[in-house]
Design a protein around this ligand. Structure first.
Ligand SMILES: Cc1ncc(COP(=O)(O)O)c(C=O)c1O
Length: 366
């Protein structure tokens, strides 16, 4: 029986050659490949500017640092990866954790609204698992409360809302190219923006605020990408559509197969959205399905099908945030964290593998 993994990274020969060309050139630092990757990525997503950086966490940090002031507050969904919240803290501001919608697993704007104070400066919606947040609703919300928007698109390469790539939205769109992501170069990140001032500021912050040779006008970081990763990224951009098409084909098979399995509820797709299928997540109703999420994961493993739990707790349940900001309760996040399971959907699988995933779930009932 073939083992079906939850994610599988394999560079193509062309991507490896592109990296080797850079290695042979001896030009290992950030240089022409990064410039070209920025232009090509911006053009692919429809953004005015794109800034390469060291990883997805750095992309969030650069975005937050370019406008937040100490004491500011940022509305962050609790159900996300650590960096969406921790990079707010690292910027001297405070993440205010919000609950999620029980069906889409995305930020609940009604809950977020209740948490607005006179210090609220921004909202950081996350296109979780590749499911795009309703950008129209976020734009209204941000305009009403005069907030900036930092989109966490680490998991959403290729996702669209209302026929627009999520990379084209205001004010900042932050990507990761970590090996499990829809695009993967090793370690890497990118921030897209339509604002030339933010573009300039993030470029300065990325490289120690150096505005001229050994002239520093800001305190910044070394958050640069190297040309090796950029060369891989440029080459990989050419097959992004094909990889996404495979993810979507696999997701379609899984969605139609799971329809008739009681107790398994897949993530609800956002209206007018095109999902990027970074992860195919379901919540398990133990009573209806006959066993709970953890038992299902074990049974799938026994059948050679890997699965994953993203995330087993909300950010408000993380010890460090409880210590910093005190305890809080976000019931939908907590319930989802207890019952969610990610099934394999990645581009390295065939639709036959996707059928096998459904069959393995079906056989794990009871
Ligand atoms: C939602 C989200 N935000 C941010 C990040 C951080 O990206 P990186 O691991 O490249 O720093 C990740 C990566 O796992 C993520 O999933």
């Amino acid at each position: 029986m073939k083992n079906i993994e939850i994610s599988k990274v394999k560079l193509t020969e062309e991507e490896i050659e592109a990296a080797v060309d850079v290695l042979r050139s001896g030009n290992l630092r950030q240089n022409g490949q990064c410039d070209a990757f920025e232009r090509e990525f911006a053009s692919a997503v429809g953004a005015a500017h794109a800034v390469t950086c060291a990883n997805g966490s750095a992309s969030l940090h650069l975005a937050y640092m370019s406008f937040l002031k100490p004491g500011d507050e940022v509305l962050v969904p609790s159900f996300t990866f650590m960096a969406t919240g921790s990079m707010v803290t690292m910027s001297g501001a405070r993440p205010v954790f919000c609950d999620i919608d029980p069906e889409t697993f995305l930020i609940d704007l009604e809950d977020a609204e209740k948490r607005i104070t006179e210090r609220t400066r921004a909202i950081a919606p996350v296109h979780l698992f590749g499911n795009p947040v309703d950008a129209g609703a976020v734009a209204d919300f941000a305009a009403r409360h005069k907030l900036s928007v930092v989109w966490d698109a680490a998991q959403a390469h290729g996702a669209c809302w209302d026929n627009r790539d999520v990379g084209s939205f205001d004010d900042f769109v932050c990507y990761s190219f970590y090996p499990s992501k829809n695009m993967f170069v090793g370690e890497g990140g990118m921030i897209c923006t339509n604002n030339p001032d933010y573009d300039a500021k993030m470029r300065l912050l990325r490289s120690h605020g150096e505005s001229g040779k050994y002239v520093h006008t800001l305190i910044g970081f070394n958050y640069r990408m190297t040309d090796v990763e950029a060369a891989i990224g440029r080459r990989q951009l050419l097959r992004l559509d094909r990889m996404l098409a495979q993810r979507r084909a696999n997701a379609e098979v899984i969605s139609s197969g799971l329809k008739n399995i009681a107790g398994i509820r897949p993530q609800k797709l956002t209206a007018r959205g095109v999902h990027g299928w970074h992860q195919y997540c379901v919540v398990v109703d133990a009573e209806q399905f006959g066993c709970n999420r953890d038992v299902l994961a074990e049974r799938l493993k026994g059948k050679g099908v890997a699965s994953g739990v993203h995330y087993p707790r909300g950010l408000h349940q993380q010890p460090v945030f409880q210590e910093l900001y005190g305890p809080s309760s976000l019931p939908v996040t907590e319930k989802t964290a207890e019952t969610i399971l990610a099934l394999p959907v990645h581009h390295g699988l065939t639709v036959d593998d996707a059928y096998a995933v459904v069959e393995a779930v079906r056989q794990s009932r009871g």
